[in-house]
Design a protein around this ligand. Structure first.
Ligand code: COA
Ligand code: AMP
Length: 632
């Protein structure tokens, strides 16, 4: 056991208030907090209650105050368009403060919500930070979501303004945002007051003033504005994530704890200092993008890369190595699926050998289970530590990781390493007792959660309490299952709810089922995530038809696929719907999704004792074989 890490970890668990009081000294406060943790209303804990600070000040202004205004903070590289740009802290601060002024001119005040639906361009980062500057709460929506999803976020957040761009670029296609936004505004019952749209060069779209204004127009008469003072427990942002129903959950982040925890992680987990170049190849629409493209690296004062491209096809499987080599990146954080994509295209690492990667020191993977094969392949190629770490939108930073800035720990393949300081992780078995080493169970974290996690859900305290804090009193239920070994290494094995992980993207099978049920010919449906070599998991839908339907099965299946694409979005990667005669159920009518998933993945399964008609499983197996999901 490593003494330095052990000491720090134990201190964080035994004396959380002292631990975080000290860490909090490292950030800028207008007023330093005296009250470190308010525990009076569990599970609603409050960190740094009487502290006053500002997200944007800590991301930008502080570094200028400290004489680092001319240091590059943001590098934008877009192999998909050929554009590249770099911004110093001072340049980015000026852009942000002017756009913040433009938001004020549009009537945006402290506490108002702003939806940001943008591709991976610097203006998206500017919009996020500008919200923080004036105390508006942003809610970034991933570009791969369709209008329906955008509309549900508009309705739940009751946003006043929507900030978007004319388009995004995906390999081989242009994603037109304006029609998606128009449709979402029609679908939403809450009415957005203003839309600001950034016109991408060569892709300008028509706007209808006075409600729709261009980015340049709103900037033309805007003044630079300063950061407002924010109470530590006011919200920095809402990030919606899949829940077990179609209604997404608005994860909220409070301001003070977010800055304190994220800044701490840059050195302690990732071993990044102010002079380092850091790259998180994700999307600002996901939590990894929020925390590690934008906030944590800027709080730390290092350089972050905004990459508008894909691991393969923009233009080739060497683009990651090119970025690392061009900018002397020290560490990269991405999802295992990105490495599986590179490995598939270039298993021998031929592209890799063309670049100088001497600056590169570590690779961090998260978002889904990192299969040992991919880790070993990456280790062999890169000859640097490849670190699997585990976290969730709910927490915004790693729950378990190798804390490389404290002590480098050994890798155990298949494990996401040990609990990070601040997280007291336990495994609870179905009989509610604590598991022994290596015993499987639900992974929970003892309350209070550390700063920077989620104090509640947007406008849904009850849902927060019931969903996450009720099944195991005194613990946060992660909805991941796994085990911890005798050395404290945590292995994350599966989700315990209906969430699946498709190319590192979190999706609810329940939400896809809701869409399928809307098809007029569909009687019942079940969506399951089946194993996929590239994306980890892929959703497939099994549907039964209403009596008297006279359309052919193929047409109905195609329509179902299109409906999911239109309503959830292309990111769901929903391409397979199979019409079956019957769905396997228990005698009480519960669809046996888990058993079907095991059959589809050729895993051993036990015939459920409560199954209504075992013959249905044989029918399903035959259907899966017919559709090439399962080999004969
Ligand atoms: N805007 C609009 N559409 C988007 C989009 C965006 N921001 N991101 C993805 N899509 C679309 C894609 O174009 C694709 O559409 P298609 O069905 O018309 O081809 C669909 O959504 C699925 O996209 P994706 O999951 O990216 O699959 P892919 O086959 O295009 O690429 C990978 C596969 C592995 C290269 C890709 O998933 C990847 O880079 N993953 C990295 C994962 C990641 O960053 N995760 C974040 C958490 S760390
Ligand atoms: P998201 O909220 O989109 O970040 O997804 C969080 C979920 O992704 C977790 O609850 C896990 O199920 C999964 N996940 C994230 N990181 C890992 C990891 N390192 N290993 C296994 N699963 C992971």
């Amino acid at each position: 056991m490593n003494n330095n890490f052990k000491k720090i970890y134990e201190n964080s668990i035994d004396e959380p208030e002292n631990f975080w009081r000290e860490v909090a000294d490292d950030i800028f406060w207008f007023k330093k907090p005296n009250k470190i943790l308010n525990k009076s209303k569990p599970p609603f804990y409050k960190w740094f209650e009487d502290g006053v600070t500002n997200t944007c000040y800590n991301a930008l202004d502080i570094h200028i105050d400290q004489g680092r205004g001319d240091k590059i903070c943001l590098i934008y590289d877009s192999p998909i368009t050929g554009n590249k740009k770099q911004f110093t802290y001072k340049e980015l601060r000026d852009k942000v403060s002017k756009f913040a002024g433009a938001l004020i001119n549009q009537g945006i005040k402290k506490g108002d919500r702003a939806i940001i639906y943008m591709p991976m361009i610097p203006e998206a980062v500017v919009a996020m930070l500008a919200c923080g500057r004036i105390g508006a709460i942003h809610s970034v929506v991933f570009g791969g979501f369709a209008s329906n999803e955008l509309a549900s976020r508009i309705d739940d957040s009751k946003a006043k303004i929507l900030i978007t761009a004319s388009c995004g670029f995906e390999p081989g296609k242009t994603v037109e945002y304006k029609p998606l936004v128009d449709e979402a505004l029609k679908l939403a019952s809450h009415k957005i007051e203003k839309v600001i749209l950034f016109q991408r060069s060569g892709h300008e779209v028509k706007l209808n003033a006075p409600k729709e204004l261009s980015w340049d127009e709103v900037l033309s008469n805007a003044q630079n504005v300063d950061c407002v003072e924010m109470n530590s427990n006011e919200f920095a942002y809402i990030l919606y994530t899949s829940g077990t129903t179609g209604i997404p959950k608005g994860i909220v982040r409070d301001i003070g704890g977010h800055i304190v925890a994220l800044k701490w992680t840059m050195k302690n987990i990732y071993n990044i200092d102010t002079d380092d170049i850091w790259w998180s190849a994700s999307d600002i629409g996901w939590i990894v993008g929020h925390s590690y493209i934008v906030y944590a690296p800027l709080f730390k004062g290092c350089t972050t890369i905004l990459f508008e491209g894909k691991p393969v096809g923009t233009p080739d499987a060497g683009v990651f190595w090119k970025i690392i080599s061009d900018y002397k990146v020290k560490s990269l954080f991405t999802a295992p699926t990105a490495f599986r994509a590179i490995k598939k295209e270039d298993p021998e690492g031929k592209f890799f050998s063309k670049y100088d990667l001497s600056s590169f020191k570590s690779l961090f993977l998260a978002g889904e289970r990192a299969d040992p094969d991919t880790i070993k392949w990456a280790e062999k190629l890169l000859k640097v530590p490849v670190i699997d770490h585990w976290w969730q939108t709910e927490t915004s930073w790693a729950i378990s990781s190798n804390c490389t800035g404290i002590e480098m720990m050994k890798t155990k393949y298949g494990s996401a390493c040990k609990a990070v300081p601040g997280y007291d992780v336990k495994i609870i078995k179905p009989d509610q007792t604590l598991a022994k080493p290596n015993e499987m169970g639900d992974i929970v974290v003892k309350l209070p959660l550390p700063p920077g996690t989620f104090p509640t859900l947007w406008n849904a305290d009850k849902r927060y309490e019931e969903t996450y804090m009720s099944n195991y009193k005194g613990y946060y239920q992660t909805y991941d299952a796994g085990h911890i070994d005798e050395d404290g290494y945590i292995s994350i094995m599966s989700r315990t709810d209906d969430i699946i992980n498709v190319a590192g993207h979190r999706l609810s099978t329940g939400a896809i089922e809701e869409v399928l049920s809307e098809h007029q010919s569909v009687a019942e449906c079940a969506v399951i995530g089946i194993a996929d070599k590239l994306k980890g998991q892929l959703p497939i839908g099994l549907i039964t038809l209403k009596a008297g339907v006279d359309k052919d099965n193929e047409t109905i299946a195609k329509e179902c696929v299109q409906m999911v694409r239109d309503k959830v979005g292309p990111v769901a990667a929903f391409k397979i719907a199979i019409v079956v005669k019957r769905l396997p159920k228990t005698r009480s009518g519960k669809i046996l999704r888990g058993t079907v998933r095991k059959i589809a993945d050729s895993e051993p399964y036990k015939m459920p004792a409560t199954i209504d008609d075992p013959a249905i499983l044989t029918e399903i197996k035959e259907d899966l074989i017919k559709n090439n999901i399962l080999k004969d």
